[in-house]
Design a protein around this ligand. Structure first.
Ligand SMILES: C[S@@+](CC[C@H](N)C(=O)[O-])C[C@H]1O[C@@H](n2cnc3c(N)ncnc32)[C@H](O)[C@@H]1O
Length: 193
């Protein structure tokens, strides 16, 4: 019997903290002071912590993650550093993202989309992402380059920028550019139309 759970890609993966330069990535995707930023599938929230510095006190960062353990790591940092502009939320982004419609300037999804695609259950998550991003807002998908023998998911699970584009374009996103995000990563930067 091959039910869906058997073929599920186990996607509460490792933090990419050591192989992605958060500040470089956030600047490359155009994050700026005052923005409302969503880190979808934030893991331990290292990208959210870097984003919080850029958006400043007039901006806001939402870190949404399904694993309580990861959110606890971020919460500890928020307390220790007395950060006031990050809201961490434990939620399943493929069910309901507890954020109002069309309020996000930039949604960052780092090393997360391939898991949903592998499990063939990206429709809900894409609908939710599309719902919460403002018109003309940015959706930045960062993924591992589809190269053998580098970190990241198994080679067949890794996606090309064209595969990412094919999926997100069905949900109202128009690709603006594909960027070099790091040694092992690229980013597909798109705009909500
Ligand atoms: C490979 S990790 C990447 C974490 C982080 N974005 C990074 O780059 O370090 C994938 C993350 O997506 C989270 N995730 C997977 N499915 C999710 C879901 N349905 N809702 C919320 N988070 C989810 C996992 O728990 C995990 O933290």
């Amino acid at each position: 019997m091959t039910d869906k759970s058997e073929k599920k890609h186990f996607h509460h993966g490792k933090s990419s903290k050591d192989i992605l330069d958060a500040e470089f990535v956030l600047n490359s995707i155009g994050l700026k002071k005052g923005d409302i930023f969503l880190d979808a599938g934030s893991g331990d929230g290292y990208m959210s912590l870097a984003a919080s510095k850029i958006v400043g006190e007039k901006g806001k960062v939402y870190a949404v993650e399904i694993w309580e353990e990861s959110i606890n790591i971020l919460e500890k940092e928020i307390k220790e550093q007395k950060i006031g502009n990050i809201e961490s939320i434990i939620a399943d982004i493929s069910a309901k993202i507890p954020i109002d419609n069309a309020i996000i300037d930039i949604c960052y999804m780092g090393n997360v989309l391939h898991g949903f695609v592998e499990n063939e259950d990206y429709d809900n998550v894409m609908k939710e992402i599309s719902r919460i991003i403002k018109l003309e807002g940015t959706f930045a998908v960062i993924e591992f380059k589809k190269i053998k023998n580098i970190p990241g998911p198994p080679f067949p699970v890794k996606m090309t920028p064209e595969e990412v584009e094919k999926i997100i374009s069905d949900y109202g996103f128009e690709v603006k550019e594909v960027i070099e995000a790091g040694k092992y990563h690229y980013g597909v930067i798109s705009v909500k139309k």
